[in-house]
Design a protein around this ligand. Structure first.
Ligand SMILES: COc1ccc([C@H]2[C@H](O)[C@H](O)[C@H](C)N2C)cc1
Length: 449
């Protein structure tokens, strides 16, 4: 191994209560809201073909004109309680909210810049009411913060000259000030989701970022910070020069999901996902494929079955209301979660052979295994292969009270569960209770005929 001062500071999963709670979330919500929500991907009648929250980077958009959008920010219909109520009904256990995106506009009244809600017609703090509304419903709040700040004149993409270095030192102090300010103003926040950390200027700040991370953790014991915040002294990000993950969970899964358990290297992780192909902030026109409730439920199931959390993005409108398509998805996901959330919360990788019908989730600390079924075979028979010397002792359907199955044993710890009906309109969950049958514990199952 390589001697590192600023690489990973621990190997393997955090075992403290705060991280165990994070590990158990299963389902989260991302909220991208800011000045970019006003143009919503359009400028002078032309469609920006990137992600709406990146419109300031479009050459057709003069930075000063974009920044004057601050004087239009007045979300008269914003109601933190209704956003939190929607999230509660959807069944999310945590929410990640943009405090400052790359454009540099702050949704809280920061005293380190004028580019904040305080100087907009709206005037009021947005973050405080959101933290309160979500937190009091038992939904933990994570604060999204972009290191890259296109508004701050001291931001640099790289540090080439003495002047760059002097300016970026000012920028580093500004960044530290804002982060300590956020932790001080919003003590209920459980973590920070960093972004905008890929440029050379920041990648060169291994020592500064490491000491800042230590300072924030000391200030807020239990604070959860992902792998995207800092680089090690050789410029390695997410995983240090020895291949160890930096931070408490892997943040690389943006709009993509791991295929198999070895892809996650035994770490905690979350997948952040957009409803359209690639739009985080509100975009008037959603081009391309828009994901349906069932597609999103399958992504959720896949993430939880591979030891991760699934975080679905919402891009509220400039008036502060949520768009209809997102409200409909929240309702659809919530309805499914009302029946099946016990297969999502406190779930982990079950260690069983993956089958085509869907995903296994094991309830942490128990021998209860859930079968989240998305693809019913034409045979109607779901194949289950358990570790040897393990037997199925009981199978029942979470959705159909009293709907239980007697599996057919077709080999050592190998079964078919013959479904009783052929057509299913929605994904459903079967609960497997297993027992050790090394002493042939007489588990209730049919002998193969
Ligand atoms: C360089 O490509 C990028 C960089 C940052 C992003 C940002 C998005 O704006 C959104 O905030 C997402 C979570 N983040 C990775 C997306 C693509």
């Amino acid at each position: 191994t390589i001697a590192l001062q600023h690489g990973a500071h621990g190997v393997g999963r955090r075992r403290d209560a705060a991280m165990e709670k994070w590990r158990a979330y299963g389902l989260g919500q991302f909220v991208h809201w800011g000045l970019y929500s006003i143009p919503a991907g359009e400028w002078n009648g032309k469609q920006y073909n990137g992600a709406a929250e990146w419109i300031k980077s479009w050459k057709e958009v003069p930075a000063t004109t974009y920044d004057s959008l601050m004087y239009q920010f007045n979300p008269t219909k914003f109601n933190a309680e209704s956003w939190a109520a929607t999230a509660k009904q959807m069944g999310v256990k945590y929410v990640t909210i943009t405090t400052k995106h790359h454009d540099g506009f702050c949704l809280w009244p920061s005293k380190y810049t004028n580019f904040t809600v305080a100087n907009s017609p709206y005037k009021k703090d947005i973050i405080g009411p959101l933290v309160k509304a979500y937190d009091r419903r038992g939904i933990d709040v994570i604060l999204y913060f972009s290191i890259m700040d296109w508004h701050n004149p001291d931001w640099r993409y790289d540090i080439k000259t003495r002047e760059d270095s002097v300016a970026f030192d000012r920028f580093k102090q500004f960044t530290r000030n804002q982060l300590l300010e956020l932790l001080t103003l919003y003590p209920a926040a459980k973590g920070l989701w960093f972004d905008g950390t890929w440029d050379k200027s920041w990648v060169k700040q291994a020592a500064f970022a490491d000491s800042l991370e230590k300072e924030m953790r000391a200030m807020r014991p239990g604070l959860i910070i992902g792998s995207r915040f800092r680089a090690d002294e050789y410029g390695k990000r997410h995983f240090d020069s020895n291949g160890n993950m930096m931070g408490d969970y892997e943040q690389g899964w943006e709009r993509k999901i791991p295929e198999k358990i070895t892809d996650v290297h035994g770490n905690d992780w979350d997948c952040v996902m957009t409803v359209p192909e690639n739009q985080w902030g509100y975009s008037k026109i959603w081009k391309g494929h828009i994901k349906t409730t069932d597609e999103l439920l399958e992504m959720l199931a896949k993430c939880v079955s591979l030891d991760g959390n699934f975080v679905l993005n919402f891009g509220p409108k400039p008036d502060g209301t949520l768009r209809t398509e997102e409200l409909d998805l929240a309702k659809g996901i919530g309805a499914w979660m009302d029946t099946n959330s016990e297969a999502i919360y406190n779930g982990e990788y079950a260690g069983l052979v993956k089958q085509d019908w869907g995903y296994y989730v094991k309830k942490t600390g128990t021998n209860k295994i859930y079968m989240l079924v998305f693809n019913v075979p034409v045979s109607g028979a779901l194949n289950v292969v358990l570790p040897s010397r393990t037997a199925i002792s009981k199978v029942y359907d979470l959705g159909g009270p009293g709907l239980s199955y007697v599996p057919e044993e077709i080999g050592t710890s190998t079964y078919f569960i013959h479904l009783k009906q052929q057509t299913f309109k929605r994904p459903f969950v079967l609960v497997l209770e297993t027992a050790d049958n090394s002493k042939n514990s007489g588990a209730q199952y049919q002998k193969a005929k």
